[in-house]
Design a protein around this ligand. Structure first.
Ligand SMILES: C[S@@+](CC[C@H](N)C(=O)[O-])C[C@H]1O[C@@H](n2cnc3c(N)ncnc32)[C@H](O)[C@@H]1O
Length: 434
């Protein structure tokens, strides 16, 4: 079936517009536009192109402005099409003639546009290094500005480049299958993996012929897509059999199911989340993952004012809601949501309220506080805020994390995963006793 280029431009620009105006995930925006779309056969290619356009939004917007003089959603998609369209369409001749007509209509010469785009981006390096990183790696400028205060330019460039080529990790669900058997099952599904050197039940996807979530081994939850940074967060908590564990921002339950896996279903786990829908989904996930629900207590509640008498030997995981700036590889719409950092103060407020509420009720308990964020406001600054209010004993990381940002006094005693070093998402992970 041949795709109409105009249809693609209309569809993708509608999704982009939805993301820009509603700040929702790429999947939600895509489903929303899809539900009112007439052509129902070619959504796979629509999704692939949408993903590329959203992921490269900041670069395409800059190029669109410099090539067409405008940055409308449609021109942003057209810019993607003239630079990459030929890679996605079988009929290259159709793309070529579309681009020729487009340029003629706009009074532009039909020259080597890939070279022009490359020159435009590279010329920024000397004039405006912040804009250069933002445009080249398609990350919002305010985030780059913050990160350049805590990371060297060259390191940041490597990190952003790596975040554009994220690694996919699978966690073997040892509640259901052992690692060797799982690797063989994945091979049958045409998914080639490499076992991680640090975490034996973690597998790095090296090659997959189709999206991994379609594979039987994944659908039956023998292996679970979970980033290495998320796994390292739970390893910092180090749950053991018979432990009493609270996970106070629990849904959709990826870390909670790993807690149960590590303790062979033998710890007492209380899961709290504010969202009814996410909690319902978590319950389904836990059941399917083989978690023994008789050892799990689930509460739909606000952890900012939740009253639980946390006493004695217990562990608390606070995997707080955040900007997700370290996990933008998974959902590229996150980058767009970060363009003005409007929601950052809101997240910081929730993070402080949850952590302070838990600490106020706690005595001699161990807490792991984490966010999938690269921003110090959601990491080092939260821990500094807390330690200014209460005596907490920060513990050095158990796993091989990088140090936190050294600009901060707590930098050496908190941990971070850095995408270009740890080959995973960028998480802030801290552990302390209160
Ligand atoms: C980063 S996600 C947690 C991911 C989860 N730990 C996992 O590994 O699957 C943050 C969660 O916190 C929940 N949340 C946000 N505000 C909350 C609050 N005030 N109290 C409890 N949960 C909250 C959100 O609904 C969301 O599910």
């Amino acid at each position: 079936m041949s795709l109409s280029i105009e249809d693609i431009i209309n569809f993708v620009s509608k999704v982009l517009h939805k993301i820009l105006t509603s700040e929702i995930s790429i999947d939600k925006a895509f489903q929303c536009v899809k539900s009112s779309w007439k052509d129902r056969e070619s959504f796979k290619i629509y999704y692939d192109i949408t993903f590329q356009v959203v992921k490269n939004y900041f670069r395409l917007r800059y190029l669109s402005k410099n090539i067409f003089g405008t940055e409308t959603c449609k021109d942003i998609v057209r810019t993607w099409l003239i630079l990459h369209g030929e890679e996605y369409f079988h009929r290259r001749d159709i793309v070529k003639s579309y681009v020729r007509r487009l340029l003629r209509r706009r009074g532009l010469r039909n020259r080597d546009l890939s070279k022009l785009a490359n020159d435009l981006v590279e010329s920024l390096r000397k004039i405006d290094p912040i804009e250069y990183l933002s445009v080249k790696y398609s990350y919002p400028r305010p985030v780059i500005e913050i990160l350049l205060n805590v990371i060297q330019f060259e390191d940041l460039e490597r990190m952003l480049s790596k975040m554009n080529r994220p690694t996919m990790w699978l966690r073997v669900n040892t509640l259901k299958v052992d690692v060797d058997k799982c690797i063989k099952m994945l091979e049958k599904d045409n998914i080639l993996v490499e076992q991680d050197r640090d975490v034996p039940f973690l597998l790095k996807v090296v090659e997959a012929r189709r999206p991994v979530h379609h594979a039987d081994t994944i659908r039956k939850m023998y292996a679970i897509p979970q980033d290495k940074a998320s796994v390292l967060t739970v390893l910092e908590l180090s749950p053991e059999k018979n432990d009493i564990v609270y996970d106070v921002c629990a849904a959709p339950g990826m870390k909670s199911s790993l807690i149960m896996q590590l303790t062979e279903n033998r710890c007492k786990l209380t899961l709290v989340d504010i969202s009814r829908d996410r909690t319902a989904n978590m319950l389904r996930v836990l059941k399917r993952a083989g978690v023994d629900l008789s050892n799990v207590n689930i509460l739909i509640a606000d952890s900012r004012n939740l009253k639980i008498r946390i006493r004695g030997e217990c562990k608390v995981l606070i995997d707080a809601p955040c900007s997700s700036s370290g996990a933008a590889g998974k959902d590229p719409a996150v980058r767009i949501a970060l363009r003005e950092l409007r929601r950052l103060p809101w997240y910081v407020d929730i993070q402080k309220s949850i952590i302070m509420n838990i600490i106020e009720q706690a005595k001699e308990i161990e807490i792991v506080y984490s966010t999938c964020s690269l921003l110090p406001q959601e990491g080092e600054e939260i821990i500094e805020h807390v330690s200014g209010k209460r005596d907490i004993e920060l513990k050095r990381p158990r796993t091989r994390l990088a140090e936190g940002y050294l600009k901060y006094s707590v930098g050496k005693t908190v941990g971070r995963t850095l995408p270009h070093i740890h080959d995973c998402e960028g998480f802030f992970i801290s552990r302390f006793v209160v």
